[in-house]
Design a protein around this ligand. Structure first.
Ligand SMILES: O=C(O)CCC(=O)C(=O)O
Ligand SMILES: [Fe+2]
Length: 284
């Protein structure tokens, strides 16, 4: 709780996600998936009303960044459906065609455990089941192209996540940088046995501003592409701090709001003008 209130993140030592599962995810799945032709990657599409839920590539301002995402990717069935959709021959038994969601299930268990611990830490554990029931998960794999230069290049600029919690799995190549409250950038060294857990705006709002949603970015240098995998927990209901977290000493900081509406604001011209987008959107 201290880490999440102060820095908004921590590095979780988590051997439940084994080296074999990491290898299957990155070497077996992510790397060959991004090597597919663009047409195949574009099949990872969930419709015009869900522009950020599937394949992203060639975005303005995001040179050398591509990602693929699985809605409800914490569950085996959607992961298998995704694998089948991307698989060129409709079903070989290795590589990403055999992606079964073991790794994402382990990452999901960590996300859920941290979310429960946060609620226990704030004395509001009774809301855990209800919040879980109205939360869904997006699993995103990303590729950041090596710049083939010694200087650092920003591939994914400074931002705060909009969701509840994000669990980041870095694979071998560093690049995730977290900003402290006094605006120092800290490089998070990848470790083969840990995952980075960070707070997004939705959990900041749900806890009535008790947790910090950190700014972070991704930089690359050198000759080796960087891969990461992230599980985002996303609230589908109205985001509102429970009564127990609102008092005279700690008045309400945000109006209740819906995640998707805030995302739309964040990416709009108006939203882009604000540093603290949540405060601009629904701050009290
Ligand atoms: O790839 C990473 O390490 C982090 C990417 C990120 O911050 C995001 O997708 O929101
Ligand atoms: Fe992020």
């Amino acid at each position: 709780m201290d880490a999440l209130a102060t820095f908004g993140c921590f590095d979780a030592e988590y051997p439940a996600l084994t080296p074999e599962q990491r290898a299957a995810l990155f070497d077996g799945a992510a790397r060959p998936l991004f090597a597919l032709p663009a047409d195949a990657k574009r099949r990872n599409y969930y419709g015009a009303d869900k522009p950020f839920h599937g394949y992203l590539g060639g975005l303005q301002g995001y040179d050398g960044y591509e990602s693929l995402a699985i809605m409800d990717g914490n569950k085996p069935e959607p992961v298998r459906d995704f694998a089948g959709l991307m698989c060129p021959d409709g079903g070989s038994n290795d590589g990403f065609c055999s992606l079964r969601g073991e790794a994402t299930a382990r990452i999901f268990e960590l996300e859920e455990a941290v979310r429960r611990m946060v609620m226990e830490g704030l004395g509001v554990a009774k809301y855990h089941d209800a919040l879980s029931a109205s939360t869904w998960h997006l699993f995103r794999m990303s590729e950041y192209q090596a710049p083939s230069a010694a200087e650092k290049t920003i591939r994914f600029g400074s931002h705060q996540d909009t969701n509840l919690l994000s669990v980041v799995c870095q694979h071998e190549v560093e690049g995730l940088e977290m900003q402290t409250r006094d605006r120092q950038w800290v490089l998070v060294k990848p470790s083969p046995t840990s995952l980075v857990v960070m707070v997004g705006q939705a959990l900041r709002a749900w806890t009535n501003d008790r947790l910090h949603a950190p700014f972070h970015r991704v930089t690359v240098r050198g000759d080796v592409n960087r891969y990461s995998a992230i599980l985002f927990s996303i609230p589908s209901g109205k985001i509102q701090a429970p009564d127990e977290l609102v008092s005279d000493d700690h008045p309400p900081r945000f109006k209740p709001y819906y995640h998707d509406d805030f995302v739309r604001f964040s990416v709009s011209e108006k939203g882009a003008r604000h540093e603290d987008k949540l405060r601009a959107y629904c701050g009290l």
